[in-house]
Design a protein around this ligand. Structure first.
Ligand SMILES: [Zn+2]
Length: 112
C-alpha cells in the first residue's frame, strides 16, 4: 500500500521512461519462411524457403489489420519499433493502475 505522494513519485518516473519511447509503431513483427510463387525458384523446386519479414498493424480496433513485407535491412528497425511500442503500452498500463489506486483512495477518504 502506497500513499498518494509515493504513487505520484512512481508515476513521474514512469512518465520519464515513457518520454524516451518516441519511435514507436503499433502492431506485430514476425519472421516467416515462405515461397515466392515463381514456378522455377529454388523454393518451389527444392523446398528451400525464403525468409520474409512481416509487419501487421491496425490503427482502429475494428479495422482489418494491414500487412506489409519489410525489406531485410529495415527488419531490425521495425522489430525495435514494435518492441518499443509494447514497452510504451506496458508503462501506460502501470500509469493507469496508479491513477486508479489514487482514485480508489480518494473515494475511500470521501466516505469517512
Ligand atoms: Zn522463391
Amino acid at each position: 500500500m502506497y500513499n498518494e505522494k509515493e504513487l505520484i513519485g512512481k508515476r513521474s518516473r514512469l512518465f520519464r521512461r515513457l518520454m524516451k519511447l518516441r519511435d514507436i509503431i503499433p502492431g506485430s513483427f514476425s519472421v516467416r519462411r515462405l515461397r515466392c510463387g515463381k514456378p522455377n525458384c529454388i523454393c518451389k523446386r527444392e523446398g528451400k524457403l525464403h525468409t520474409g519479414y512481416q509487419y501487421s498493424y491496425k490503427i482502429e480496433p475494428k479495422q482489418k489489420p494491414k500487412t506489409k513485407m519489410i525489406p531485410k535491412d529495415l527488419a531490425k528497425q521495425v522489430e525495435r519499433q514494435v518492441a518499443a511500442n509494447k514497452e510504451f503500452k506496458k508503462i501506460m498500463k502501470q500509469i493507469h493502475e496508479i491513477n486508479l489506486e489514487i482514485l480508489s483512495n480518494q473515494i475511500k477518504n470521501k466516505k469517512n
